[in-house]
Design a protein around this ligand. Sequence first.
Ligand code: FMN
Length: 340
Amino acid sequence: MSVVLRTRITDLFGIERPIVQGGMHCVGQAPLAAAVSNAGGLGLITGLTMGTPEKLAAEIRRCRELTDKPFGVNVTFLPAVVPPDYPGLIKAIVDGGVRIVETAGNNPSKWMPLFKEAGIKVIHKCTSVRHALKAESIGVDALSIDGFECGGHPGEDDVPNMVLLPLAADALKVPFVASGGMADGRSLVAALSMGAEGINMGTRFVATVEAPVHDNVKQAIVAASELDTRLVMRPLRNTERVLNNAGVERILAKERELGSAIRFEDVLEQVAGVYPRVMYKGEMDAGAWSCGMVAGLIHDVPTVAALMDRIMAQAGEIIAARLSSMVQPASPRVAAQASA
Ligand SMILES: Cc1cc2nc3c(=O)[nH]c(=O)nc-3n(C[C@H](O)[C@H](O)[C@H](O)COP(=O)(O)O)c2cc1C
């Protein structure tokens, strides 16, 4: 029983389904972004993956050839070994006519006037209510609230979505999507129940046919359980949730050995330049790559369209059948109390 869900997020971005594909280094390229947008969600190209403004401009053109639906670009502001050309990348986004940007890492205050002037809608991803309020105050249009379960950078507060989402709903005026641990129609309905207006998924979209990554990566996610992720770089206050492997074990051993004296250079080898080796060559033990606890809920590699159809069908079933069937007419005693 598929369902059409209209929320403030679908209205804001002009999409048909309240499902966003989060920016993902080496994964969020035109084929995946376009597949998500074509299936009615919001697909995102990952800006930093393209490397140069010229390559990002080309990827935006490629995405436009693959879909006539809205799509966006993720711009991540995180510590990097070589600082990216942010002004150039953002110019490529504006000049490329992209109307939606997902920001993450630091808040995008420096770039907000430019985004606004270009008519770009900004969805900022963050991991705490205080950061969300800050982003709201600088004028972002929406938020992506990333709980502790999430793949990637969960921040340092460790608050899971069961608590974080209702807190966000109480505090925020702009609409937000729930991110971290989202996999299916159950996630979507739960997120909506807790005040979100949609979901953002990362790990689930890696294990799809269209994700342009080595099959080893998809199979590793299918094989993983919810117990197979680890948090690395916590002593550096740059915590990342990753799938465990030999490279990750090396990082954790270094962290134990060096304690608070650890520096980024100590783990560089297992962190820098690892993504292309894992994602394109399938070298699964090369080092740390982001993966959420939600891997435990992922058992197949469907097409993006099949996945999103399934999510909407399951959400419809839960809302119209499961939940509705639980609602009973009030008993005479309860009815009497209610009318007293
Ligand atoms: C392989 C991978 C790479 C990611 N890279 C980025 C990134 O470059 N920028 C970013 O903002 N988020 C990144 N993320 C986080 C996702 O956009 C999303 O917020 C997160 O995966 C949500 O949690 P989930 O994996 O439980 O769905 C990445 C996640 C994964 C799984």
